[in-house]
Each structure stands twice: as structure tokens, then as C-alpha cells.
Design a protein around this ligand. Sequence first.
Ligand SMILES: C[S@@+](CC[C@H](N)C(=O)[O-])C[C@H]1O[C@@H](n2cnc3c(N)ncnc32)[C@H](O)[C@@H]1O
Length: 218
Amino acid sequence: MFDFSDIATKYDDFYSTDLGKDIDIVEKRLVRSMIEPLPRNLSLEIGCGTGHWTEFFSSLGFPLIAIDISEKMVQVAQAKDISQAMFFVKDAENMDFRDNYFTNVFAITALEFMDNLDRAISQIYRVLKTGGYFFVGALNANSPYIKSKMERTDSSIAHSHPFTPETLRSLLSVFGRPEIKAGLVIEEGKIQDRDKEIDEQVALSQGAFLVGVVQKTK
Ligand SMILES: C[S@@+](CC[C@H](N)C(=O)[O-])C[C@H]1O[C@@H](n2cnc3c(N)ncnc32)[C@H](O)[C@@H]1O
């Protein structure tokens, strides 16, 4: 497992760069479009890291428990003093929450860093209420941008196991009928969908960021 503790205090620096700011705009637009209809009841965020997305979920009105296996990442998140959010150092593969406890579970670029994905999924299934929602944001293995990052040993992405739209759909199908979208088409360092929607098939085959939501009906 890649240990994010070593880069915890530098992790958010990327979001201050021009590219990082633009990526954030596209990803948040996509995430917001998928989670806006979800109920604002107790939600769990797994692999919350520095709380970058916790802050966003909180701003949309979701009360949250956010967990990460890295104590250093959780310390950075805690220092942000995000309203309606409580942080804990916990392993998503071995959670001690009660069955059927959360209305929503969120995971952003977290599942592809788990040691044992099956174990994490069965834990998420257990703690999510029937009728609740599981939302995933993930790296798209089809994206040329992600492929180039996978080749660089200095990138944490090189230590991940990205999804394709098909593998994410299959993973979420355990819960019910998923909806999958993608965005963040990056060509020659420029984001093609920074200010406009792009064709859905182009996004799924080239976009760096996959999103999927599923209601637990099974
Ligand atoms: C790429 S970072 C993403 C952080 C945050 N979700 C974001 O998008 O900014 C992946 C995070 O998953 C965490 N992680 C990896 N395996 C985990 C596990 N088994 N349980 C909880 N967190 C885990 C890492 O410590 C790291 O903070």
C-alpha cells in the first residue's frame, strides 16, 4: 500500500496550481451533478485524505464521518475545522461501525488505493443502509493522462489500480443499478471540458475522472 503520510502536508499544494484549480472545477461540477439529489443524512467518507472533498460535501449540507488509514492525512484534515464533519483514523477494510448505519457512503480516488478492494466493498455494503447511496469518484484507466501518470514513479497514481467505466459499473452492480459518468479530458495539458460539456462517449473513453452512483436496492 502507498503510504500517503509522507506527502500529507504537501498533498493540497496541487490544488493551488493552475492545472489543479481547473481540475477541481471540472471534478466538482461532475460530483455535484451526481450527489445533489442525495438525502442530507449521516454520510461516511472513506479515504478522506486531507479533507479536500469532505469540505465540499459539508458545504453541500451532508453531515459526515470521514475516515482515512493515514494518521498524518487525518491530522491535516482535522486542522481545517470543517463544520458537520468528524474525522477518524480507520481502515476502510475493517470498520467498526454498526450495520446499516449510514445513508450515504462517498469514496473519492480512494478505492483504487485499497490493498483488498473486495474486503472494503463488503464493509461498505454492510454499513450502508438499504435504500442508501454509494458514490464513487475514481481514476479512469482509459485516460491517456492517467496512463502517463501510471508510468511515473514519482506520482502516487503509479501505486493505484484505476477503474474503467466497465469495472466500476461491475463493482457498483453489487449494490443495485449504477449510473456512471466521466469527465476531465486533458489534451496537451489543456482541459477540453473546463468550460463546456463534451460528448459522453468521449468523456468515458478519455476522461481522467470517473464517477458512479448507486442506490443499495439489493
Ligand atoms: C489519493 S488519496 C485521496 C484522498 C482524498 N479522497 C482526495 O481525493 O483528496 C487516497 C487516500 O486513501 C487512503 N487509504 C488507502 N487505503 C485505505 C484504507 N484501507 N482505509 C482508509 N483509507 C485508505 C490513503 O491514506 C489516502 O489518504
